[in-house]
Design a protein around this ligand. Structure first.
Ligand SMILES: Cc1ncc(COP(=O)(O)O)c(C=O)c1O
Length: 382
């Protein structure tokens, strides 16, 4: 048997072969430190600055508004702690949502422990934040709104433009975690109106441990990494040159044919959904029907346990679970909980996410394997 069909592109993506080729010289011969003033530093420095332009071009910002980081988690930490710290004389209130990735949620909880006040906005059954709730939550001491662009589990896309408008109207800094949206939908920082935006390389076919934070020139978050003066004094530590080059190339590729990519991922996703829907009656789609990523479907298999389905299909299809069932308790993801998905539905939730390498043959296999396993499990239940 070959490898399982990979339908977990929201988990991570393979490296694009072009990305690997772009990185190769910096893993082989071009080992110099970009901060060195001698010959060996020249090419690595140029490569880092070229990558900065490639990332900036995808996000429609200026290259000096890009800071390279070690990934989505660091970018979120830098943005949130950096603004909390820089603005602490103005106020100590932060607004976020209940469906953020732990890389935002845990940062907010940490700040809460330090005395900051955090509002975790609820979401509706589709995973959408209400603008009315947001406006009601704003206080004179609110310094930051951090709401994700697209949710990693259900794919719901938030109205970031409208949220940013509200933030701007009240003089509040606006950050969005775009780790899941970049490369799948447009993440133009000017259209979105955000001040800070996080990206993660390994979601867009670049290596793990790479990422960037867009910081609008007018915004000055407190430093997150202290040390030497790399990244214009904004992120200390010798640069991960091969990783940065890979991230830059991945952004260039993502910007090359965004419409084709989106159409392909969406076609694969919809083929999967219609295939499963034809075979199985008791499945429900979680998240918003239109306002969602083109590659993501969160499906609940009524009455079944996600872990058990994964055990059945795991050798042939790789997807991820939205709930973990143990002998004595069921742990539903905080996202499904916040969306008030009933327990009996939530506990049988799987996330399928397609990517640019997904083929129709893979989708057919996934539909066949999953529907056969689910039918078998329903039958054995009685
Ligand atoms: C929405 C979101 N934010 C942040 C992260 C963390 O990014 P990284 O793994 O690069 O630290 C992820 C990764 O799954 C994510 O999906």
């Amino acid at each position: 048997m070959g490898k399982p069909v990979y339908l977990d592109y929201n988990g991570t993506t393979p490296n694009d072969p072009e990305v690997i080729e772009a990185m190769r010289p910096f893993l082989e011969n071009e080992f110099g430190n970009p901060s060195s003033s001698h010959w060996y530093g020249i090419k690595p420095k140029k490569a880092v600055e070229n990558a900065r332009k490639q990332v900036a071009s995808l996000l429609s910002c200026s290259p000096d508004e890009i800071v390279f980081t070690s990934g989505g988690t660091e970018s979120n930490n830098y943005a949130i702690k950096g603004i909390a710290w820089a603005c602490r004389s103005k106020g100590n209130h932060i607004i976020t949502s209940r469906i953020e990735h732990p890389a935002v949620q845990e940062v907010c909880l940490f700040l809460e422990g330090l005395g900051f006040e955090i509002t975790f906005l609820p979401v509706d059954e589709y995973g959408l934040v209400s603008l009315c709730d947001l406006e009601n939550a704003i206080r004179p001491e609110t310094v930051l709104i951090t709401i994700m662009h697209a949710n990693n589990e259900v794919g719901t896309v938030q109205p970031i433009e409208e949220i940013s408008n509200l933030a701007r109207k009240h003089g509040i800094v606006m950050h969005t975690d775009a780790a899941q949206s970049v490369g799948k939908i447009s993440a133009d920082v000017n259209n979105l109106g955000v001040d800070l935006l996080s990206i993660a390389g390994h979601k867009i076919y670049a290596p793990k441990g790479t990422g960037a934070l867009f910081v609008r020139n007018s915004i000055k978050p407190e430093k997150f990494m202290h040390g030497a003066g790399q990244e214009n004094g904004r992120r200390a530590g010798t640069e991960n040159v091969p990783g940065i080059v890979g991230l830059g190339k991945a952004c260039e590729i993502a910007g090359r044919d965004p419409a084709d990519n989106m159409t392909h991922m969406k076609r694969m996703r919809d083929l999967l959904y219609s295939g499963l829907k034809n075979e199985l009656e008791a499945i429900t789609l979680n998240g918003h029907m239109e306002k969602r990523l083109p590659n993501t479907i969160s499906l609940s298999f009524q009455g079944l346990e996600a872990n058990r389905i994964l055990e059945e299909i795991g050798l042939e299809v790789a997807v991820s679970a939205g709930a973990a069932c143990h002998s004595d308790k069921v742990e539903i993801s905080h996202v499904l909980k916040a969306m008030n998905i009933p327990l009996n539905r939530a506990k049988g939730t799987l996330r399928f996410s397609t990517g640019k390498m997904t083929t129709e043959a893979e989708i057919n296999t996934a539909v066949k394997v999953t529907s056969e396993a689910v039918k078998k499990m329903i039958k054995s239940k009685g």
